[in-house]
Ligand binder design. Structure first.
Ligand code: COA
Length: 254
C-alpha cells in the first residue's frame, strides 16, 4: 500500500498520509506523490477542493529524519520544495483534518490550508531550532502574522508543542472536535464547498491571498536556501544522529 493515498470522489480529492508505523513522517517519495497529486487535482476540472488527513492518532511527524541524513533536498526542484510551492499556490480550497502530533511541516503545511479541523488530541510543533535548522514553508513570515511576534518567537525558538485549544485561540485551526469526528467533519465541509460554484471559490481564494503569494514564495525561497545549507551543518547532523540513536543531542561544542 502506498504511503500517500489519493482518492477523488464527488469533486473532493482526499490525500491521506498512510505511514502510521513511522508516525506518517514524510519521505522524498511522499513529497513527490503529494506534489503530483496536487498538480493533478489543480488540472482536473471535476475536483473542487482537496482534503489532507492522517490517522486519528497522528497527522505527521514531519520530514523523515533518515531522509534528512541520507538524501537532503539538493535543489529547488527537490520534491519537498515542489510540494511547498504547490500548496502555496493551489487555487482551489485546501482543507486539513489533524489529529495527534503535527510536527514541523505537519504544522507548517496547515498555514497554506484554508480550513483546518483538529482533533482534541492534536499537538502542533515547529522544532526546527532543536534540530539545528530554521523555519520552512514561509512559517517565519506566516506564523508571526497569524499569532503575533512574541507567540511566534516562542513557537519557533523553543519549538515546544501546543495543543488544539491553543491552536484554535491563535487562529491556526477553525474548530476542535473529538479525534474520531475530525476527518468526517472535514469531509462534510468539503461536500459543502464542492456544491458551490468553483469559479466563485477560486476567485474568492485568489482575492483573499492577493498580494501575499509573491512574498510567501520569496520567503520560502530564502528559508529553503538556509535550510538546505543548515541540513549539512554539524548542529543538524548531531540532532539527526541523536534521534536515530534515541539519545539527547549535545550542542555544547557547537
Ligand atoms: N522520521 C523518521 N522516523 C520517524 C520520525 C521522523 N520524523 N518520527 C517518528 N519516526 C519513527 C521512529 O523512529 C519510530 O520508528 P521505529 O518503530 O522503527 O523505531 C516510529 O516512527 C515511532 O516513533 P516514536 O518516536 O517511537 O513514537 P512516539 O509516539 O513516542 O512519538 C513523535 C511520536 C512524533 C512525538 C516522535 O516520533 C517525534 O518527535 N518524531 C520526530 C519529529 C521530528 O523532529 N520531525 C522533524 C521535524 S522538521
Amino acid at each position: 500500500m502506498s504511503d500517500i493515498l489519493a482518492h477523488t470522489e464527488d469533486g473532493i480529492c482526499t490525500l491521506t498520509f498512510n505511514r502510521v508505523d513511522k508516525k506518517n513522517s514524510i519521505t522524498a517519495a511522499m513529497y513527490a506523490a503529494l506534489a503530483d497529486a496536487l498538480q493533478a487535482a489543480q488540472d482536473d476540472a471535476a475536483v473542487r477542493c482537496v482534503v489532507f488527513q492522517g490517522h486519528e492518532t497522528v497527522f505527521s511527524a514531519g520530514n523523515d529524519i533518515g531522509d534528512f541524513l541520507n538524501q537532503p533536498p539538493a535543489t529547488t526542484e527537490s520534491p519537498v520544495f515542489r510540494f511547498l510551492r504547490g500548496i502555496a499556490q493551489f487555487p482551489k480550497p485546501l482543507i486539513a483534518a489533524v489529529c495527534g502530533p503535527a510536527v514541523g511541516i505537519g504544522t507548517t503545511l496547515l498555514l497554506h490550508c484554508d480550513l483546518v479541523y483538529a482533533g482534541d488530541n492534536a499537538a502542533f510543533s515547529m522544532p526546527f531550532v532543536n534540530l539545528g535548522l530554521c523555519p520552512e514553508a514561509a512559517s517565519s513570515l506566516l506564523v508571526p502574522q497569524m499569532m503575533g511576534y512574541h507567540r511566534a518567537a516562542e513557537a519557533l525558538l523553543l519549538g515546544e508543542p501546543f495543543m488544539a485549544e491553543a491552536a484554535l485561540e491563535v487562529g491556526l485551526v477553525n474548530r476542535v472536535l473529538p479525534p474520531s469526528e475530525a476527518a468526517n467533519y472535514a469531509q462534510a465541509v468539503a461536500r459543502k464547498l464542492a456544491a458551490k460554484p468553483i469559479s466563485a471559490l477560486v476567485e474568492t481564494k485568489r482575492l483573499l491571498k492577493k498580494g501575499q503569494t509573491a512574498q510567501v514564495l520569496a520567503q520560502m525561497d530564502e528559508e529553503g536556501q538556509s535550510f538546505g545549507r543548515m541540513l549539512r551543518e554539524p548542529a543538524a547532523r548531531e540532532a539527526f544522529g541523536a534521534f536515530m540513536e534515541r539519545r539527547k543531542p549535545d550542542f555544547s561544542k557547537l
